[in-house]
Ligand binder design. Structure first.
Ligand code: SF4
Length: 396
């Protein structure tokens, strides 16, 4: 089981952000930490003792919590969850939001990996994104993280931004590499409905680079990061040897996880027959979450039961994100049926089109397949529906 803890507070809302993150709510900090502890206790009562294999404290900006509250959170988690087998413990921080004392305290509290949102190097792009920092702040924060002795640092970067040139992107990659991370996440911008960035794009006051430029930026990342000794292991993720993010690998390999906090999702084992696992999602509104915890009204969680058919599709959808893809034996072990019987025909067709390939019992996307991953997934979904209906059209 993996453990995720969501801290939904930020200094300011970024222009592209549709995560559950609330600026200006420091009034809610203490009550929120209490609610997290209460939720942890409730979950342990429901599920029994949970010894997490990984811990990820994300947000939001967890690093804006005052030091005593962060200390209380880490101590509270350590009291409730046996952490001896939890080898990877990540915390997200934003540049300029941590002091050396804060970093020392979280290191002593067991955090051994930091993930920092750098996004871009250029001041005009950071300002367009509504970020709170500049490049100097990123550099100072990374230096402090190394000085305090963290061995593992991830940087989040964004490409395909309005006004971003290939030169900007290459300069961002170089700048990120100069900070000695051992992991980089490179995300293509997805303009989300309801964000100021999407509104500006719809109005035409901002414009995205064309598809060809965006693809070239992705290729720049593949080439530059490979030359710098990073291996790509997922569509957006690159790591030095031995530094893959176990927590995220767990999501893509369908390892169960428990999520605590506002908007956090959990994936918990089902009966193994009609419900392979179920996904529960807490309210994404901060006050609704706090109220749910106050009233113990856990029925307010959204519950999604994942049956065998959907679980098989998720194995493909998540597995194909990883460069090593989906293993035929893993699929059989998960679902008790062969991958070939469900998806064999469509995978062979996609292979002829140059979108997927296979080797030694593993199916994975080609470079071209990564560009149009959604097309591959739609074909897989249709194929599974045909398989599910069977030759006579009856449900299996
Ligand atoms: S720092 Fe992250 S979570 Fe906070 S507003 Fe910006 S993108 Fe959203």
């Amino acid at each position: 089981m993996e453990l995720y803890v969501h801290i939904p507070f930020c200094i300011k809302k970024c222009a592209y952000c549709d995560f559950a993150s609330y600026p200006g709510r420091s009034d809610a900090f203490p009550g929120y930490i209490d609610a997290l502890m209460q939720e942890a206790d409730t979950r342990i009562r429901e599920l029994g003792s949970i010894a997490p294999e990984t811990l990820y404290i994300g947000g939001g900006t967890p690093s804006i919590l005052p030091l005593p509250l962060m200390e209380k959170l880490l101590e509270g988690l350590a009291l409730r969850f046996p952490m001896h087998g939890c080898l990877e413990r990540t915390m997200e921080v934003n540049p300029g939001t941590v002091t050396p004392d804060f970093l020392r305290m979280i290191r002593d509290g067991g955090i051994n990996r930091i993930s920092m949102g750098m996004q871009a190097k250029q001041a005009h792009l950071l300002s367009m994104l509504g970020r709170i920092h500049d490049w100097d702040t990123v550099k100072r924060t990374a230096d402090a993280i190394h000085e305090i002795g963290f061995l593992h640092l991830n940087l989040d970067l964004m490409f395909g931004l309005p006004g971003q040139t290939r030169e900007d992107w290459r300069e961002t990659l170089q700048a990120a590499l100069s900070l000695s991370p051992d992991h980089l996440s490179c995300y293509g911008l997805i303009p989300e409905e309801g964000t100021p960035l999407k509104t500006a794009l719809d109005k035409g006051t901002l414009a995205l680079p064309d598809e060809e430029t965006e693809r070239a930026m992705y290729d720049d990342a593949l080439m530059m990061l490979s030359e710098a000794g990073f291996a790509q292991y997922e569509i957006s993720n690159f790591a030095r040897s031995g530094c893959l993010c176990r927590h995220n690998l767990g999501y893509w390999c369908q390892i169960p996880y428990l999520g605590l906090g506002c908007s956090a999702a959990s994936m918990l084992p089902g009966d193994g027959v009609e419900c392979i696992y179920y996904r529960e999602t807490n309210p994404s509104d901060l006050d609704a979450y706090l109220q749910m915890m106050r009233e113990k009204a856990f029925q307010k969680r959204d519950v999604d039961r994942i049956g065998p058919r959907d679980a098989m599709f998720e194995t493909m959808m998540l597995g194909l994100r990883m460069t090593h893809g989906v293993s035929e034996s893993y699929f059989y072990h998960m679902h008790g049926t062969s991958l070939a019987s469900v998806f064999g025909e469509v995978l062979c067709e996609e292979e002829k089109r140059g979108l997927v390939t296979h080797k030694d019992g593993w199916w994975y996307l080609t470079r071209r397949g990564m560009d149009i991953q959604n097309t591959v997934l739609v074909d897989l979904m249709e194929s599974m529906e045909k398989w599910n209906a069977g030759p006579s059209g009856q449900q299996k």
